[in-house]
Design a protein around this ligand. Sequence first.
Ligand SMILES: Nc1ncnc2c1ncn2[C@@H]1O[C@H](COP(=O)(O)OP(=O)(O)O[C@H]2O[C@H](CO)[C@@H](O)[C@H](O)[C@H]2O)[C@@H](O)[C@H]1O
Length: 492
Amino acid sequence: MYIVQVASECAPVIKAGGLGDVVYGLSRELEIRGNTVEIILPMYDCMRYDHIWGLHEAYRDLSVPWYGAAIRCDVFCGWVHGRLCFFIQPKSQDNFFNRGIYYGASDDNMRFAFFSKAALEFLLRTNKRPDVIHCHDWQTGLVPVMLYEIYKWHGMANQRVLFTIHNFKHQGIGGVDILWATGLNNEEYYFQYDRLQDNFNPFVLNFMKGGIVYANHVNTVSPHHAWEAHYGSEGYGLGHTLHTHSYKFSGILNGVDYDIWNPEIDKYIPAKYTAETLENKVKNKKALRDRLGLRHDPEKPLICYIGRLDEQKGVHLVHHAIYHALLRGVQFVLLGSATERGINDWFWHEKNFLYSNPDAHLELGFNEELSHLIYAGADMIVVPSNFEPCGLTQMIGLKYGTVPIVRGVGGLVNTVFDRDYDENHPPEKRNGYVFQHTDFQALESAMDRAIGLWRYYPEEFEKLVLQGMAYDYSWKDPGAAYLGVYEYIRHR
Ligand SMILES: Nc1ncnc2c1ncn2[C@@H]1O[C@H](COP(=O)(O)OP(=O)(O)O[C@H]2O[C@H](CO)[C@@H](O)[C@H](O)[C@H]2O)[C@@H](O)[C@H]1O
């Protein structure tokens, strides 16, 4: 099968979070299974050019209709660790992708509406006719809309679209200008409840809703989150739309790319290890402590947090976890970045406050290399999310023998099973700790259970570590599941 991914991220060249990991990892798995995969991305000025091999111009002066005129683009092509990627570089004063950031500009809706349009125009002009166009999150929500309403009439009637939602909270909102810019035009037609009109603000269009309405199939990234979004409040206002389209909505658990996230071959960690050579893990803990200036105390376990710092991730609990760990004589390492000013200031304050503490280190910013060492060096990883469509950090933690302590939401429910209380898995299949509520006591009790086991029952703790490492959260099963969906929509 011939699949084109249209996305705003692809790790490691463009990675703001888990979306990048998924686009890369899934594409790799699909290729291993004999499919042809191409990835279309924006050409950001701030992406990691050092991860692209053989970058060259593939198409000059692609003319992308925009506001009744056109913006010319050059399209570059190169390999990102084996994946064939096309990068769209518009040549206009809007400077859509030369902002030094991936997201967070006031005209993000225009930037990504343009990207979606340019991706389709590129396929059209180069006569690429994939069986399936797989697009991701609100940034590409207009792809199925434009495919069905415009490009279908220009020779792309056979293309099918899968729209994957990684985060319902960010939906992409725009006014009528989006319609004029993209050539969709017909205001009355699109501002309808069963098309793009936002479910709560009748005066705006909702990109993600457009993606749900027009795609041939829609999925989110874990079965439990699909349920939460459909029946609970996790759809952030799109629950009713999902209900209307429930016949084509599902949840597919993400995978982890074990070629990158695997302590046996990880090039960023000093001591490689497997379940059979687990004793080497402690050497990484030593290296981590050395690197971050933490004291070496064999009596202290080390807990980490890796992830974006925002409301989704339960920042108040992340913050509390640091001080609760210190109170219990445990070390804590945080690697995170915040885009929101208030949260950023807050964690910078904490970082300065804990600066000379030999048991805590807060690393604020994005650091892929360091994240590997932390996964390998820590004993436990805390993921206290408010909501979590899937969550990759707990799955990576499991692979590295780092016991997850998670809140029971979204994909965390599908991947972490409480050592003491899980009723659906026998004791030998349990792999971490789960708490339910968002208050401090809930988090503390789960942390205390984990810390207690590490301190007083080290053999039991090691057993739990090994049980976690035995889980296979690779792309094997999710890859097959995605192929099943592609096949299904292709022949419908
Ligand atoms: N400061 C930092 N430095 C280095 N690396 C960092 C980092 N902060 C995060 N990372 C890395 O980025 C990834 C984050 O994965 P998450 O599952 O937390 O994704 P995120 O919430 O961004 O994405 C959304 O999409 C993904 C993919 O579908 C879903 O799993 C998730 O639930 C959903 O919220 C991990 O690989 C982690 O190691």
